[in-house]
Design a protein around this ligand. Sequence first.
Ligand SMILES: *[C@@H]1O[C@H](CO)[C@@H](O)[C@H](O)[C@H]1NC(C)=O
Ligand SMILES: *[C@@H]1O[C@H](CO)[C@@H](O)[C@H](O)[C@H]1NC(C)=O
Ligand SMILES: *[C@@H]1O[C@H](CO)[C@@H](O)[C@H](O)[C@H]1NC(C)=O
Ligand SMILES: *[C@@H]1O[C@H](CO)[C@@H](O)[C@H](O)[C@H]1NC(C)=O
Ligand SMILES: *[C@@H]1O[C@H](CO)[C@@H](O)[C@H](O)[C@H]1NC(C)=O
Ligand SMILES: *[C@@H]1O[C@H](CO)[C@@H](O)[C@H](O)[C@H]1NC(C)=O
Ligand SMILES: *[C@@H]1O[C@H](CO)[C@@H](O)[C@H](O)[C@H]1NC(C)=O
Ligand SMILES: *[C@@H]1O[C@H](CO)[C@@H](O)[C@H](O)[C@H]1NC(C)=O
Length: 392
Amino acid sequence: MTFRYTDVFSLLVAILATTHFLSSNLEFVKFYIEEFKVISNLPVSIIANQYNTRLDGHHHHHHEKKAKVVDICDDFPRDSVPQDTNTTTTFCVDRNGCCNFTTIQSAIDATITANPKRTLIWINNGIYFEKVIIPKTKPNITFQGQGYTSTAIVWNDTANSSHGTFYSASVQVFAANFVAKNISFMNVAPIPKPGDVGAQAVAIRVNGDQASFWGCGFFGAQDTLHDDRGRHYFKECYIQGSIDFIFGNAKSLYEDCQLISMAPPVAVGQKNINGAVTAHGRASADEDSGFAFVRCNLGGTGRIWLGRAWRPFSKVIFAYTFMSDIVAPEGWNDFNDPSRDQSIFYGEYMCMGGGANTSTRVPYAQKLNDIQASLFLNSSFINGDQWLQLQL
Ligand SMILES: *[C@@H]1O[C@H](CO)[C@@H](O)[C@H](O)[C@H]1NC(C)=O
Ligand SMILES: *[C@@H]1O[C@H](CO)[C@@H](O)[C@H](O)[C@H]1NC(C)=O
Ligand SMILES: *[C@@H]1O[C@H](CO)[C@@H](O)[C@H](O)[C@H]1NC(C)=O
Ligand SMILES: *[C@@H]1O[C@H](CO)[C@@H](O)[C@H](O)[C@H]1NC(C)=O
Ligand SMILES: *[C@@H]1O[C@H](CO)[C@@H](O)[C@H](O)[C@H]1NC(C)=O
Ligand SMILES: *[C@@H]1O[C@H](CO)[C@@H](O)[C@H](O)[C@H]1NC(C)=O
Ligand SMILES: *[C@@H]1O[C@H](CO)[C@@H](O)[C@H](O)[C@H]1NC(C)=O
Ligand SMILES: *[C@@H]1O[C@H](CO)[C@@H](O)[C@H](O)[C@H]1NC(C)=O
């Protein structure tokens, strides 16, 4: 099967086509597209410098006009940085050097391994060009950004540049109890062209148990969000990609999220399918994993499957979700291996929109009844009562 990509301009079109989900963030989207276009073609270091120059230029101008000394840290919102408490240690990150650390990795490196408290890493507005790893030895870390439209961690590795898709992520989380709020994770490697091999580029890999994401953004093309293993929760997140853009073998609940396909538009009358939202990787009946999407919004461009069966026991459900007509009528794909049709679990429940018509779905897709659906519809699916409230 071939997937088609055009140039970065199609990304611009794709994203602008989705702005009905995002009208209040249009300026942000335009900005990110500009960054995407430029960054995808230039070394990260050069972009980082240009970005700094722009900031500095602005301040010089300001300086001359007002004829007084303006420190770049005058705007730093000192009062917003939380104080340490009995249960949290706060580290502050600001790329301009206005508080403890200028990079996120240096703050992680400074966290104490055996800290009984949560470490809150408060991250100021800005784009942080760095590849970040949270090792297994550092549980209980929170990233607090200032909004997914204004705070982002960005890198550009691909499967080729990093010994495989699994290591291409801009942020890799191996620790348990990770929390992220109001921040974006991006991979800005060049968008794969038709026939490209090794161009998969993950924005984040979530490998630790009991992780939650609140108001976060995930930006990439192929394989954006590696929802690898463990129990995870995603609330009001924005997730963009093309092929298999949410993949892995985790057990995750996605609530009230925007799922945006940026696969190239498919002409009216053409039947080709060029993307998939999920590729869940459950390999056997013994594995307790699955993706549940509840009250989400699925839109964007291309013609896509809701999921394809990366492994034979792939398990995904969509409930109360609005699906635009970019969803192919058959809905799902067995990875061209009919022997998987017996073991796949693909379900839909109370979905709406032009893509939600189940009358011509593949035969193994299930229309869930109330009892079947009830297992997936709230945080009990991920045993949230044991851990999720503590992370709010
Ligand atoms: C990422 O950017 C660096 C420069 O910062 C560049 O050398 C490298 O080729 C880029 N990687 C990919 C996979 O495009
Ligand atoms: C925090 O710890 C101190 C010293 O152990 C204690 O006096 C104080 O009451 C605690 N504060 C809270 C909010 O638990
Ligand atoms: C961070 O900065 C604050 C305020 O200057 C200071 O009290 C704190 O000790 C610093 N923390 C670290 C880990 O450097
Ligand atoms: C995480 O922090 C909480 C306190 O906020 C503590 O009870 C728990 O043991 C910590 N977990 C780990 C794995 O360190
Ligand atoms: C995220 O930012 C918005 C807007 O500033 C704010 O209302 C919201 O409480 C924040 N959410 C979290 C989880 O930090
Ligand atoms: C990845 O590496 C393979 C083997 O070296 C090469 O054929 C291919 O063109 C590379 N892909 C990209 C996107 O650079
Ligand atoms: C669903 O699709 C079938 C077959 O194309 C069509 O007959 C039916 O009217 C559609 N239902 C709705 C509610 O659009
Ligand atoms: C989730 O739904 C199930 C089934 O309806 C119910 O038994 C359970 O109490 C609910 N859990 C929460 C946390 O609301």
